[in-house]
Design a protein around this ligand. Structure first.
Ligand SMILES: [Zn+2]
Length: 303
């Protein structure tokens, strides 16, 4: 029974999720701990290891049963050197050889990647894009995260920023934190959708309520999500024409708006992409939900 499981860690600004994946790709255990004090790498290493050991014990496993540990981080990662390039929530981790350092302390191989890339890997191996060799996974939230899977593997590119479709410019629009302007994220990030929702549906609306209203058939709420989907579809048509993904997976909280959003993305791609490609590409809702990042982090061990 030795080395029968992979551990995943999904590091967030407020909470860090941990989980154990068996060889069949099933998440057999999960938990979470507060990310307080994680700027201190010693505190991080100790707290996360303790939590993982407890999780192992609670499921009849020993530390020795863990083959390796994968970790998803909310920022770009130099996967060749196992090094975080930039993080907004956790200070002092940048350009530090985190994978090697944690690996030495924990006595395990440690693999790092960006959290959106982890989600994409999980959806490509076990979720909505299973069996697709080339897939794009877009995660809608405060920002627009994305991961690109090419020939079954995460595409990082030479600067570890491959697949960042959230920063495709779609208009001569406002400046973006990435250094560009008019990026897709400025139009379909949560705060931009909320601004439009408040104009259409009143000042007290939330995105959850707007999703629920759309699911019940409210015409203004449906218009909100249809317009959001059209902007995403417009940007992704260019991705379809260049990368030729077989599947585009849409995940994140906003995807709860359901078929109206997914249909608008799909129909816009049908209007704008090359005719040979629009018949091939399929837009799907993410399958693995909030566990995708954790599952994908664990999958880094064997990817
Ligand atoms: Zn941007």
């Amino acid at each position: 029974m030795s080395r029968s499981h992979y551990a995943g860690i999904d590091v967030g600004g407020t909470f860090t999720k941990i989980g154990l994946l068996n060889r069949q790709g099933r998440l057999v255990a999960k938990g979470q701990i507060p990310s307080d004090g994680f700027s201190d790498k010693k505190i991080f290493a100790n707290h996360v290891k303790d939590a993982l050991v407890r999780l192992c014990r609670a499921h009849g496993l020993r530390w020795g049963d863990i083959e390796g540990i994968g970790m998803g981080l909310p920022g770009p990662v130099d996967t060749d050197r196992g090094m975080v390039l930039s993080l907004t929530n956790i200070k002092k981790w940048e350009r530090f050889p985190l994978a090697a350092s944690l690996g030495a302390v924990w006595g395990k191989s440690v693999f790092l990647d960006n959290d959106a890339n982890c989600m994409a890997l999980a959806e490509a191996r076990l979720g909505a894009a299973r069996n697709a060799r080339t897939a794009l996974c877009v995660t809608l939230g405060t920002g627009v995260g994305a991961g690109l899977i090419i020939e079954g593997r995460i595409y990082h590119g030479p600067f570890f920023l491959g697949g960042e479709v959230g920063h495709i410019p779609i208009a001569r629009g406002p400046e973006c934190a990435c250094g560009g302007a008019g990026c897709l994220e400025r139009y379909v990030g949560n705060s931009a959708i909320l601004d439009r929702a408040q104009r259409l549906l009143g000042p007290k609306i939330t995105l959850e309520k707007a999703s629920a209203l759309a699911c019940r058939g409210d015409s203004k709420a449906k218009r909100l999500w249809r317009e959001t989907g059209e902007m995403i579809g417009w940007a992704l048509s260019g991705v379809v024409n260049t990368i030729t993904p077989e599947v585009i997976v849409i995940g994140g909280g906003v995807a709860k708006a359901g078929s109206v959003l997914i249909d608008a993305i799909s129909e816009t791609i049908q209007r704008h992409a090359m005719k040979q490609l629009k018949k091939k590409v399929c837009v799907k809702k993410a399958l693995l939900g909030n566990d995708a990042g954790l599952i994908g982090a664990a999958l880094l061990v064997k990817s």
